[in-house]
Design a protein around this ligand. Structure first.
Ligand SMILES: [Zn+2]
Length: 411
């Protein structure tokens, strides 16, 4: 057993911060108690970590990242620029670094194979708790399709560890979902619109309603949630109608408030991923720049309408193709888009855990939940950018195990 004492506790339930708190962690990695220090009774001789002057809060969760992506260059995306071994080590470094930044859970929305999750669970590499989508799905001639530059079939073999997710028609779609389940995918990711390519804009639809319904039905039959890339246009409507579990991006939802109402009714989460579009606006390819700039105001209005209508809005950066290790910038951007700091913090903790289907296990510091927590210098509820400053992340604990501890240096 271990106690973290003296810090200001933000337990993530929405309760007011508690000064001079204690969090008691069992040897099995679960929280025994969290609250006012005077009210938490620890057995005699329980080792203590002094967090006085700091904030204790739930570990952060990113609901949309790509830990195995490093650039939008297609040759890199296709694994043709370096040996797979080099790439594997590179990904391991990113996982370690992401955990060090205070992110104890990452929902990877594509192209990270489940072997990385196994490596973390086996202790071969330090990393966040992972949920992986393995090989995203999309029809022939969608952003998921990877033909040659001339549009013809590619001759080289795709990565056998990541299902090649191009599938057309209900039968192929069901098979692709099942193959993802077979290789250990925790969720199913589908591209229902394009983005950033002249042939696949964010308002161009991919699957038909029938195809997407088959995908959702089979995914749920396999016990997997569906994360659906949908920017706008008819594909966005189809996605909501088919009953996916989360809309990734949803940039033009403000134009269709009835879709937001349907999302609230069906408990469909919105993962706006503001971060990635800030990058695309500034540095993306010419098509991506034009698209991202065109919907920027719609995207912000979407976040505000979604919050008003009771849609769960959670933090996801989608920024892996640009940068790793600064996932908390999404929390600042959500606040800039109109969330209160409390709402932004919840979007990266409690609400994000619900999006992952882990609301009973993580996302807040309550008895019985897994001890995923961080200790920060400063209070994120008065300045949320402290979460982006690496040296201010003083301690990172995942499931009761400490992976970073600079608090001793404070003593
Ligand atoms: Zn993505």
């Amino acid at each position: 057993m271990l106690a973290i004492v003296g810090g200001t506790l933000i337990d993530g339930t929405g309760a007011a911060p508690v000064a001079d708190s204690a969090v008691l962690v069992e040897d099995d990695g679960r929280i025994a108690a969290a609250g006012l220090r005077a009210a938490v009774v620890a057995p005699e001789g329980t080792p203590e970590i002094d967090a006085t002057g700091h904030t204790v809060m739930p570990g952060l969760i990113d609901c949309h990242d790509h830990l195995a992506s490093f650039t939008y260059d297609l040759l890199s995306r296709w694994g043709m620029t370096e040996p797979r071994s080099t790439r594997t080590v590179r990904i391991a470094r990113v996982m370690e670094d992401t955990l060090q930044s205070g992110y104890t859970t990452i929902r990877d929305c594509g192209w990270l194979d489940a072997g990385f999750k196994a490596a973390v669970e086996q202790g071969l590499v330090d990393g966040p708790r992972l949920l992986v989508a393995a090989g995203p799905l999309g029809p022939t001639h969608s952003v998921q399709d990877r033909p040659t530059m001339s549009g013809h079939r590619r001759y080289s073999m795709p990565d056998p560890n990541i299902p090649y997710g191009v599938a057309d028609g209900a039968d192929e779609i069901r098979a692709a979902v099942r193959e993802n389940a077979r290789v250990g995918a925790d969720l199913i990711k589908v591209f229902q619109t394009g983005f950033g390519r002249a042939t696949h804009l964010g308002t161009d639809a991919a699957y038909s309603l029938d195809e997407l319904r088959a995908l959702v039905h089979e995914s749920h039959a396999q016990g997997r949630r569906v994360a659906c890339h949908a920017v706008g246009g008819p594909g966005l409507r189809t996605a909501v109608e088919a009953g996916v579990d989360s809309i990734e991006h949803g940039c033009y939802l403000d134009l269709d408030p009835d879709l937001l109402r349907m999302m609230a009714d069906k408990d469909i989460t919105l993962v706006p991923t503001l971060t990635v579009f800030a990058f695309h606006s500034a540095e993306g390819n010419p098509v991506a720049q034009v698209e991202a700039r065109a919907f920027r105001q719609h995207h912000i209005e979407t976040v505000q309408q979604a919050m008003r209508l009771g849609v769960r809005v959670v933090a996801g950066t989608d920024a892996g193709g640009w940068v790793h290790g600064n996932n908390a910038q999404e929390l600042e951007m959500l606040a800039d888009a109109g969330m209160t700091l409390e709402q932004a913090l919840s979007a990266g903790t409690r609400e994000a855990a619900a999006c992952c289907g882990l609301g009973q296990e993580i996302g807040s510091l309550e008895p019985g939940k897994l001890a995923d927590l961080i200790v920060t210098d400063g209070n994120p509820l008065s300045d949320i950018t402290v979460l982006q400053e690496r040296e201010r992340i003083r301690l990172v604990m995942k499931q009761g195990r400490i992976f970073r501890n600079l608090l001793d240096a404070d003593a």
